[in-house]
Design a binder for this molecule. Structure first.
Ligand code: FES
Length: 512
């Protein structure tokens, strides 16, 4: 019997993204047999769908394949702020990259807002798109200097930034940087509309089709999937994290991070704007029109994927924080998401690596996927079409800024090594009888390390906890009831089925 996650423990709200709960699931067929196309796009989120549409509009035949259903992955779990205000980033970017490249990042994200707006206008997409200001607010006197400096840095790059004293949230604040004319929307209504424009004239979408391997033969690429081989002139890896990393380049340069969202009702109108705090644990706010009245989306409480704690506490902490700011009438939804953060904080967008010029990646959006993801699609489409792109340099995957990156690079690799080695040599204690309903643990059973989950009906689900990607030991995520890998963020359901890459193979069954 298929296991249904998220049942049986008392956390607030329905355990489902509001975006997914309010859109119908798609039903594109799986690939059946081999095919040839101009460009193959792996992944049906905002990067993959937008890239495919831009290329189709330019006259290319595109094929999108998605391991599950399109727009049900990370794009379906965002807070869907369409803004170039990325908490605090511009002062840091100028420092690390110089003004010229910092401006490329700023311009790319502003252009992404305009591109989304123009698609909404051109196709008259009913997706609750609305322009709003975005704020990054200070919660202390020290942070006030940071947000003031950010306002100066952003304005120097031509962004619509001002420092404001008053923040229209009932929280204690000390000023904010405010960007005017930003936007928000219902991301799935938007993306599913774009996706509906792709099939036809030789272009296709296939769901339930997992890519297993990519080969770049120089001029032609081949993707081996579960259901056939696709050959194409170019491949776009729009899988959030590149499952294919032949040079071994990316796995060591990004860290996976999880964060949480609740959808709550309050008894007063939410202020005009989208909000995020400047420092410390993330507190993010926006509102969303919904049946039965406005929903307030509160997000944050991020942590590294695969941490060895009861992750349910993050939902509880988020709810407690929200209640400290607003009287909450009800919490109607809760969900979580995963992001990747690069060593220097800027996404990798462009050719995968030397010798793989026909395979393109877009990853590491640092939780700002609506604009960085749309900008990625614009950059990759330009590259594939042979057009110059004015923002490609700052995002180039082969950049390396030792001064900016070295410390974090080293710390990240040591952390991954410790998790791998720690997972391999530690001998977990405990007994099957100690595992309560709803709990997951790693136990030694008959001399083998075993991932045990006892479901809410008392049935035991047992897996080999060695991640099928590169062999780290997975950890139990109690909030989502999944096995999560601390090394590169692969995630599996209680029976070991892959639900998030880079892994493409399931966990082996116990003893396998
Ligand atoms: Fe890379 Fe698990 S995700 S080892």
């Amino acid at each position: 019997m298929e296991y249904r996650p998220g049942t049986g423990y008392s956390l607030p709200g329905r355990h489902e993204s509001f975006w997914m709960a309010t859109t119908a699931q798609t039903s594109h067929p799986p690939l059946s047999g081999d095919l040839e196309t101009d460009v193959a796009v792996i992944g049906g989120g905002i990067v993959g769908i937008t890239t495919a549409l831009l290329l189709k509009r330019a006259g290319y035949m595109v094929t999108v394949i998605e391991a599950d259903r399109i727009a049900r992955g990370v794009t379906g779990r965002t807070t869907a702020k369409i803004t170039s205000l990325h908490r605090l980033i511009y002062a840091e970017l100028i420092d690390r990259f110089g003004s010229s490249q910092a401006k490329q990042y700023a311009d790319a994200n502003q252009a992404a807002i305009d591109t989304i707006a123009s698609f909404v206008r051109e196709y008259d997409i009913p997706c609750d798109f609305v322009r709003k200001p975005a704020y990054t607010y200070a919660e202390s006197e020290e942070e006030r200097d940071l947000v003031a400096a950010e306002a100066d840095a952003a304005r120097s790059l031509g962004l619509p930034a001002t420092f404001v004293e008053d923040v229209p949230l009932p929280a204690r604040t000390y000023g904010a940087v405010r960007f005017s004319d930003q936007a928000q929307f219902h991301p799935l209504r938007y993306l599913l509309y774009l996706a509906s424009l792709i099939p036809g004239d030789g272009s296709r979408i296939f769901e339930k089709t997992r890519a297993l391997e990519v080969q770049d033969g120089g001029g032609w690429c081949a993707i081996r999937t579960e259901n056939g081989i696709i050959t194409s002139r170019a491949v776009v890896l729009a899988t959030h994290y590149p499952f294919y990393d032949s040079p071994g380049f990316y796995f060591a340069r990004m860290e996976p991070s999880r964060s949480y969202v609740i959808g709550a009702r309050i008894d007063e109108p939410f202020p005009e704007g989208m909000f995020i705090n400047a420092d410390g644990p993330v507190h993010s706010w926006r509102s969303q029109p919904a049946e039965g009245g406005e929903l307030v989306l509160v997000g944050g409480m991020e942590h590294r994927t695969g941490e060895q704690v009861d992750t349910r506490r993050h939902y509880r902490d988020l709810e407690a924080y929200a209640r400290s700011v607003y009287p909450i009438r009800s919490v109607d939804y809760r969900w979580s998401t995963q992001d990747y953060i690069t060593i220097d904080g800027v996404p990798y967008i462009g050719p995968l690596a030397d010798g793989h010029e026909n395979v393109y990646i877009a990853t590491g959006f640092r939780k700002w996927g609506m604009t960085n993801g749309t900008a990625a699609a614009m950059i990759l489409a330009d590259m594939i079409l042979g057009r110059a792109n004015p923002w490609a340099e700052v995002y180039a995957p082969d950049r390396f800024k030792p001064a900016a990156s070295a410390r974090r690079f080293l710390v990240h690799n040591i952390e991954v090594a410790e998790r791998y080695i720690g997972g391999v040599i530690s001998r977990p204690a405990g007994d099957l009888r100690d595992v309560a309903p709803g709990e997951g643990r790693i136990l030694m059973i008959e001399g083998e390390k075993t991932g045990i989950f006892r479901d809410h009906e008392g049935r035991v689900h047992a897996v080999n906890p060695t991640c099928s990607h590169l062999g780290c030991i997975v950890a139990w995520n109690s909030a989502e009831e999944t096995w999560d890998c601390p090394c590169h963020g692969s995630r599996y359901d209680p029976d070991g089925k892959v639900i998030h890459g880079p892994a493409v193979r399931d966990l082996k069954p116990r003893g396998g």
